[in-house]
Design a protein around this ligand. Sequence first.
Ligand code: NOJ
Length: 444
Amino acid sequence: MKGSDFGNDFLWGVAIAAQQNEGAHNIDGRGASIWDAFARRQGKIKNGDKPSHACDFYYRYKDDILLARALGFKVFRFSIGWTRILPEGTGRVNKAGVAFYHKVIDECLELGMIPFVTLYHWDLPQELEKEGGWASHQLLKWFTRFVTVCMHEYGDKVKNWIVLNEPMGFTTLGYMIGKHAPGKMGLEYFLPAVHNAAMAQAEGGKIIRAEVKDAYIGTSFSCSEIMPYTQKEADVQAANRMDILLNRLFIEPSLGMGYPHEEGFNLTDRIHLHNKAWKYTERMKFDFDFIGIQNYFSLTVKHNPLIPYIQATEVSATTRKVPHTSMGWEINADSFYRMVKRFSAYEGVKDVIISEGGAYFKDNLVNGVIDDAHRIQYFQDYLQALLKAKQEGVNVKGYFAWTLMDNFEWSEGYKARFGLVHVDFKTQLRTIKNSGYWFRKLLC
Ligand code: NOJ
């Protein structure tokens, strides 16, 4: 396989995110995010790690973007930290924060890299969380202001925008099971957060369309094929409920299909029951130019009546003794292929971009070399599966590797390393892993 097998205009990129990479948490007027606050709470993040310094991208962005280019990538995906732009989340604009992203964008353009910018990659301002965060009825107003400021500042330079990064990820992990910031738990947080995120993803798209000439607008969805543990009816039903929740809840309203609803598991009713104002509305629909797909694992589930609402639990890859990454996530390139086909087959989906793909495997640094053969194999298999889908007619326009360098992996802290480049977090020394060289060979 060669990079050129995907065609000469295929967008090969590498992705990072503000909270995971920038560090400089209190520099130049940046306000605190929910992750800064969450990391201060004991036991929330492995080893007590904090995102305060991360990979120091705030100071090293020039070298890091150059590194991305040297590995052969032509797209640089990064996100705008909401609290650098609006330290309190709304109101006053922080000029120094605005200037930082101008510098990052200019650097990309100067090096001939295409900036792909995510508006929301999980770093809600803590001041807004105090008012209810994603579960607040004010969310849309706050988000509108943030997006509008970004478009006025960067809209003439940046044409490629991703509105939300994995709304299913941040609403479930942050507002239902409390594993991620802000650590809220329960349907009373989750359901309004879902409603507001579904509104925000469309609203963001509309603002970009109105403000930016020639914009290429998308939003990114996590997805996981769900397999029943057995063919018993109860397990099959459990898998279906999980599928509705994890795969359909955000894409379907965005396409104007309403919330997914099925006999016995009607999310619309559930959300609507919670608050009469929270019905699916046409305002959740937006004509995206592309959708971003992020598939990190497939899941096998079984019926479990003890789990409230969803009544399903995962049977882990380790229990089933199937290949998995060091996160315990099942490796299954065929399943990735099926999800790409499934999402691209929705009526109304235009282009598809794999806006993230990658894996954490334990790395060993031996005499300055990291021979991460597992990661190389992973990319090889997943890209082969993607090529097959493309050759069968899927309109896939790009693939962005997650991630350029080891970074702050949310509640896993710095232990879970997904990078193509190793980072020594004490010295900030970067060492290109063999997977990084592998990409260079594929692409150059
Ligand atoms: C998806 C998220 O967008 C990203 O921030 C995270 O690091 C990867 N998954 C790996 O867990």
